[in-house]
Design a protein. Sequence first.
Lengths: 113, 112
Amino acid sequence: EAGVVQSPRYKIIEKKQPVAFWCNPISGHNTLYWYLQNLGQGPELLIRYENEEAVDDSQLPKDRFSAERLKGVDSTLKIQPAELGDSAVYLCASSFGYGNEQFFGPGTRLTVL
Amino acid sequence: GESVGLHLPTLSVQEGDNSIINCAYSNSASDYFIWYKQESGKGPQFIIDIRSNMDKRQGQRVTVLLNKTVKHLSLQIAATQPGDSAVYFCAENTGTASKLTFGTGTRLQVTL
């Protein structure tokens, strides 16, 4: 069974440019999470989806970050405009419902110059 | 150059020895704890979990101990192997909204 798929794996952009990350969760997993992981630190939740509904986006910086999961499967996380401090790894995870084990993708490493 | 964040606590053990990785958690209301292993360039991988109504749980070569009195969690790895080299994170869940809060990682280095 395929795991959580993320693309791109690496992205380098200049500040003020937009960037988007894509996530395909494990088939059948209705819960999807986006995390941010700074170098040497643990992941921090940005947003959680139950199917197509964002049920916890309290940590998402809404002035520049947005996310969508239109059909309750794939999800896209966008940053516009990117800032130097956004350089980090963006992880996607999915689970089969609330409270169950989360499976993480490999992440997208973003570098903002 | 490197940032401060790269200087994770590091545990260096010889192959075959036992490893103990410690974690202090913050929320006394947390009812579920998980240990994750993260290898370079990969996402965190579930190792073992424990609920707050338990003190100890064993898996294959791994044991998690929970001390709720002092809010302390530990991961014991028996007969540590080179493939165990990674960063290990503990995570706590307060039981609402399946929201995990990750602790500071510990880098495990296994020497031959």
